[in-house]
Write a protein that binds this ligand. Structure first.
Ligand code: SF4
Ligand code: SF4
Length: 456
């Protein structure tokens, strides 16, 4: 019989630094299901209470400050490839819903087009007026107004709803494409007509471009909301020039100036801020031993008053429990905590990490390269590998190679990159993917040589 673990024990385990309950082998599948089922029946006894809400001025709604992103559900391997693990994912959503999460986000591309249908199937169990659903027009595949109309109507059917609470122009990154498709092509006007008809309650866009393009959108068009990438690592202060992805402050301040409510993606930077280097983590642990690194990142974003909701693409039981615990007991960062976070930031290994958020927009690679998987293994090990100072131990090098071997299929490893550049324009973080992939490949070969480990 499996041993029952309650939420408090789960948080203690996480506070002790476990890499993940299931991942660390502490919970098996049955224990995960048991935890969620038990929570459903004893709600109130172990529950944290509900996630705090914020007013969404564009429609007067009280929206949970934590939203559930539909991009990174847990998956399982089948004969036809990776699919959403629907049993666990549904229980994660149910747990979130019970604990006050009322904002759910999906998109045409997520999970190879399966996220919308899955989200719709789960959410239809709840009263439509008890949750807010966001979907998006898939800009990268758009060609014409007729196609946009067809996609929008199909999205309503797939999600099994009569209307979307938020509907976004997905992933705007180029003014030329926006002007051509949405303005001259009439798609923006069409979406406004859907708003008039009540099938869109609030219209906005999600953004992956530069600051001048963002300012153009904000100065020349009316929006009910905007979704931007924002986290403490990507924030630039007033007067600090935006640089690469470090432009969150500029975008946020512009949205505030235009009175446009802000929805946030990547508050934990694709999970990178949940796994800090040992010295960076030690500084945070010294202040609060029980708080996860992710909780600091969420509280940083939640401390910004114009933020209505931050999305977390939760993919494991420990993330759901920890995030909900943080946001049910939310309090903004104090000045002292901000200083501590800044000190911890100084110890990050961002310069040795690849700026990947594991969104998988770059998939599929025609040569089968698992770009996000490769970058994830690299980023989680970069600190221990001592790329900067060559201080890595033989043990750390071997651990990197073992993880690379276990987590990236042989046919999907970096050595298969042909440098065709097909992935390049699809990356919202503007990462030089082929170069980075090839650098990881070179690193793997070098470490294999040094350690005598054969990577099979
Ligand atoms: S450049 Fe490399 S990783 Fe990118 S699509 Fe081509 S083969 Fe795949
Ligand atoms: S390389 Fe870019 S597109 Fe691919 S997963 Fe990372 S951030 Fe997303």
């Amino acid at each position: 019989m499996s041993k029952k673990i309650n939420r408090r024990q789960a948080l203690q385990i996480m506070g002790a630094g476990a890499a993940g309950l299931a991942g660390a082998g502490l919970w098996n599948r049955k224990q995960i299901i048991d935890f969620f089922d038990r929570d459903a029946t004893v709600q109130g006894s172990e529950a944290d209470g509900k996630v705090v809400t914020r007013l969404y001025p564009s429609n007067g709604a009280q929206v949970s400050l934590l939203g559930f992103g539909g991009m990174r559900f847990p998956t399982r391997l089948t004969a036809s490839g990776k699919v959403i693990d629907e049993e666990i994912s549904e229980k994660m959503i149910a747990y979130a819903y019970r604990h006050g999460v009322n904002y759910y986000d999906t998109a045409y591309f997520y999970h190879d087009g399966k996220s919308e249908a899955f989200m719709g199937n789960v959410l239809k169990q709840y009263p439509r007026n008890s949750f807010y659903l966001c979907d998006k027009m898939p800009t990268p595949v758009l060609k014409s107004l007729d196609q946009a109309k067809e996609i929008f109507q199909r999205q309503l059917e797939t999600c099994q709803v009569q209307y979307f609470d938020n509907y976004l122009l997905h992933s705007l990154s180029s003014r030329d494409i926006f002007d051509e498709l949405y303005v001259k092509g009439g798609i923006l006007e069409y979406l406004h007509s859907e708003k008039e008809a009540g099938r869109i309650r609030c219209l906005g866009f999600s953004f992956h471009g530069d600051v001048p393009f963002f300012n153009y959108l904000m100065d020349n068009f009316a929006w009910d909301c905007v979704m931007i990438q924002l986290n403490y690592a990507d924030w630039n202060d007033e007067g600090e020039q935006p640089d690469g992805s470090k432009q969150g402050g500029s975008l946020y301040r512009k949205a505030v100036e235009k009175n446009v409510p802000v929805f946030v993606m990547e508050p934990v930077k694709g999970g990178n801020l949940a796994q800090l280097s040992v010295p960076a983590s030690a500084i945070l642990k010294e202040e609060n031993h029980d708080a996860s690194a992710a909780s600091w990142a969420l509280r940083y974003v939640g401390s910004l008053p114009a933020v209505v909701t931050m999305l977390s693409g939760m993919s494991s039981i420990e993330q759901v429990i920890d995030n909900i615990h943080t946001m049910a007991n939310f309090h903004p960062l104090s000045e002292k905590e901000r200083r501590i976070l800044a000190r911890s930031m100084g110890k990050r290994t961002a310069e040795t990490q690849i700026n990947c958020t594991y969104c998988r927009y770059c998939d599929p690679c025609p040569y089968g390269v698992d770009i996000a998987g490769i970058f994830h293994v690299y980023n989680t090990q970069a600190d221990r590998l001592g790329i900067d100072d060559g201080t890595a131990s033989a043990e750390a090098k071997k651990e990197f190679l073992i993880r690379y071997q276990n987590e990236v299929n042989r046919s999907s490893r970096a050595g298969h990159c042909s440098g065709c550049n097909e992935c390049l324009p699809r990356c919202p973080q503007h990462i030089a993917i082929p170069q980075q992939v090839q650098q990881v490949d070179a690193l793997v070969r070098k470490l294999a040589d040094e350690t005598g480990k054969v990577v099979i």
